[in-house]
Design a protein around this ligand. Structure first.
Ligand SMILES: *[C@@H]1O[C@H](CO)[C@@H](O)[C@H](O)[C@H]1NC(C)=O
Ligand SMILES: *[C@@H]1O[C@H](CO)[C@@H](O)[C@H](O)[C@H]1NC(C)=O
Ligand SMILES: *[C@@H]1O[C@H](CO)[C@@H](O)[C@H](O)[C@H]1NC(C)=O
Ligand SMILES: *[C@@H]1O[C@H](CO)[C@@H](O)[C@H](O)[C@H]1NC(C)=O
Ligand SMILES: *[C@@H]1O[C@H](CO)[C@@H](O)[C@H](O)[C@H]1NC(C)=O
Ligand SMILES: *[C@@H]1O[C@H](CO)[C@@H](O)[C@H](O)[C@H]1NC(C)=O
Ligand SMILES: *[C@@H]1O[C@H](CO)[C@@H](O)[C@H](O)[C@H]1NC(C)=O
Length: 607
């Protein structure tokens, strides 16, 4: 009995809900829409007429290519990617307003001396100012110096001038590419990188690099120092560029992974919620102490964002709602998170509505359960703020854009999909986010949420990330990309923290090159002594291509306790085909989760 109580206490202490303070009361929030350049009626050259824009500073195509970035450090401007269209052809001086460009947009209800509320930073640059740059300028992110922006795999640089100043003109603006050297001799164009995030020290960059390991899509997060190279002698481009140096991979094959086999008893399997599992790097905390990422699930089929301390590797779960989350920004003082999440939409509840299921079938299913969040271009994200301690009890954050009547075009119109990434202002009192309308007329808008009762934070010094951090692994150019290890094929037992156990069967494919099937049977399994799990689940996945998942899913789970839930497939199981890049839902059979009588069904095919 004493043993039992000790275990109970231990289990309770492990959960944040016990140690966290009570959830905050809702904050007053007001939301405004930012002005954008005029939208032109057609994409034909010359259709951006003086009638549409009398100041002759361009028109945009609002249906594609719009993306908001962060605030400038002055807090009065944000940066955005737009696509200009319809300008007359050269030599008309307004021909420079064409294609994808970075603009700064006034966020303080004022206009420039010329009457515009925006300024194009990259329009009309002399070719010698953008040698070797790459095409895409997505995910614009601002440097604290107010003179530089990271956009795509480039840095836009107007130093010593502030980007907003009259003196920051096209002939004084330069675009430098970034290069990650992956060749032993430093030759070639370097590695392909995506999902770049500037660390708040403005010296380090986080990024992801995709790869195919064991014939499946895989990616790792990396950290690198930005090092300006004015006259490169190896690799391309040979023009001035930023080299990524001191590169480390946020994956240590030698560290404890999410699931591990007991060192003494090879038939026992363990779940390690403290393992750092950077599936996709998503950014950094406001103070720069932590890296944020989509991690291996803490609960089965529930995709969340986590933060790991860059020095100690201590992991914090930022979201816990069963729905899906990936875009996240932590406030400058680390006290709040803003996320884009499908919570409230019901989209993922058929998969993840049953809480507390150990993340085991996720060994094969997590890329599938991530992919069901969208229906092609239709997304289900809305912005939420959540306090430092995260979702707990009945607290699932606060919807930022809750106000409104839900009518077409209103602030909380459900058809306006939240997009990546929302960003805090440097003073922590505002959030800029953007949304795209998924139904005709497709277009996008940039919104600012004002936390009207919050006191502005003062600017602070951000110490740089140390070059050596214990849990990262130094990247050596030319070395092979490791595969993620998984427990070998076999039969295992997972013991409940408090009582019961589960039989786990892991199966590899015919030639043992890849784990492809995981089955779990729960026997009065309990991690907390409050809820008990019984029943079985089995998931098998095939990958006709590295990004296509074909899944056969069988569930018959019941969880009892203060709340009762079931997760069941219909006769013949549930069979889903979904691409991780296309997100088009195509299933046969049913998978249904019921929580206290509330029934959550899968989305219809093609919806
Ligand atoms: C429109 O103008 C742009 C920029 O001057 C030019 O590159 C393009 O060829 C023109 N397109 C058409 C259809 O005239
Ligand atoms: C801008 O001014 C308008 C009209 O005065 C007001 O309704 C709106 O809330 C203001 N927006 C911001 C961001 O202050
Ligand atoms: C970081 O990179 C610089 C320049 O390449 C090098 O001199 C330094 O030794 C590196 N530091 C570490 C810890 O690797
Ligand atoms: C290993 O664990 C299994 C499952 O709990 C148990 O049945 C077995 O007795 C253990 N073996 C040893 C040597 O402890
Ligand atoms: C393993 O089997 C898969 C099909 O199940 C096949 O596509 C792959 O080429 C095989 N790999 C090796 C190393 O034989
Ligand atoms: C599970 O618990 C129930 C009720 O306490 C009991 O009847 C049953 O035998 C248990 N099953 C196992 C496998 O321990
Ligand atoms: C669903 O069934 C149809 C007809 O039998 C089949 O063509 C299709 O491949 C199945 N889809 C999935 C996801 O199993």
């Amino acid at each position: 009995m004493i043993h039992h109580i000790a275990l109970l206490l231990f289990a309770a202490l492990r959960t944040t809900a016990i140690t966290a303070p009570p959830p905050p009361e809702p904050e007053p929030i007001s939301v405004t829409e930012l002005p954008l350049p005029p939208v032109m009626p057609s994409t034909a050259n010359g259709s951006c007429t003086p009638e549409i824009n009398p100041r002759r500073t361009g028109c945009i195509d609002q249906s594609v290519g719009l993306q908001s970035g962060g605030f400038l450090s002055d807090g009065r401007h944000i940066v955005a990617l737009v696509r200009f269209e319809g300008s007359p052809a050269a030599p008309d001086p307004t021909s420079i307003y064409t294609g994808s460009q970075i603009i700064i947009v006034k966020a303080d209800n004022t206009t420039s001396p010329n009457g515009d509320s925006w300024k194009c930073l990259t329009c009309g640059l002399p070719p010698e100012n953008e040698l070797g740059r790459t095409e895409a300028l997505d995910y614009p992110q601002t440097f604290a110096d107010g003179s530089r922006i990271l956009a795509g795999t480039n840095i836009i640089d107007c130093r010593p001038f502030h980007l907003t100043s009259q003196e920051c003109t096209p002939d004084r603006t330069r675009i430098f590419p970034l290069r990650w050297n992956t060749a032993v001799d430093g030759s070639g164009p370097g590695g392909s990188i995506r999902g770049l995030r500037l660390h708040p020290d403005n010296e380090y960059l986080g990024f992801n690099a995709a790869t195919v390991t064991a014939r499946k899509f895989n990616q790792y997060g990396y950290l690198a120092r930005l090092s300006f190279n004015p006259s490169p002698t190896t690799g391309t481009p040979l023009s001035p560029r930023y080299d990524l140096v001191n590169v480390t991979r946020l994956f240590d094959p030698a560290a404890v992974q999410s699931l591990s086999i007991d060192s003494k008893n090879k038939s026992l399997i363990h779940i390690n919620p403290n393992a750092v599992t950077v599936g996709e790097l998503r950014g950094f905390s406001g103070t720069g102490r932590e890296v944020t990422y989509i991690g291996y699930p803490a609960e089965s089929s529930n995709i969340d964002v986590f933060a790991a301390d860059l020095s100690t590797g201590v992991v914090r779960r930022l979201t816990a709602h069963p729905e899906y989350c990936d875009p996240v920004d932590i406030s400058p003082d680390d006290k709040w998170n803003v996320v884009m999440d499908t919570r409230g939409s019901g989209r993922q509840m058929f998969l993840a509505g049953m809480r507390g299921v150990p993340p085991i079938t996720d060994l094969v299913s997590s890329s599938t359960t991530s992919s069901t969040r969208n229906n092609g271009a239709r997304r289900f994200f809305q912005p939420y703020i959540i306090d430092y301690y995260g979702d707990r009890g009945d607290y699932f954050g606060q919807r930022v854009n809750a106000a409104g009547d839900g009518s077409p075009g209103s602030i909380n119109d459900a058809y306006w999909n939240g997009m990546a990434d929302p960003k805090w202002s440097a003073d922590g009192t505002r959030i800029v986010y953007w949304q795209a309308l998924a139904v005709p007329p497709a277009c996008a808008r940039i919104m600012v949420a004002h936390l009207t009762s919050w006191t502005p934070l003062l600017p602070r010094e951000i110490p740089p990330i140390p070059d050596t951090v214990p849990w990262r692994v130094k990247y050596e150019p030319g070395t092979p990309i490791p595969a993620r290890p998984y427990p070998p094929q076999g039969n295992y037992v997972l013991e409940g923290e408090v009582s019961g156990f589960a039989d786990v069967v892991i199966t590899e494919n015919g030639n043992k090159s890849l784990m492809n099937k995981v089955g779990v049977t729960y026997h009065n399994f309990s991690d907390d002594g409050v809820y008990v799990l019984n029943g079985a689940e089995e998931v098998e996945v095939r990958n006709p291509s590295s990004t296509l998942n074909v899944v056969d899913w069988y569930s018959d789970l019941e969880r009892t306790g203060p709340s009762i839930s079931t997760k069941r497939t219909g006769t013949g199981g549930f069979h889903l085909t979904i691409g991780i890049l296309t997100n088009e839902f195509e299933a046969n059979g049913t998978l249904t989760t019921t929580v206290d009588g509330v029934v959550y069904e899968q989305p219809g095919n093609g919806t």
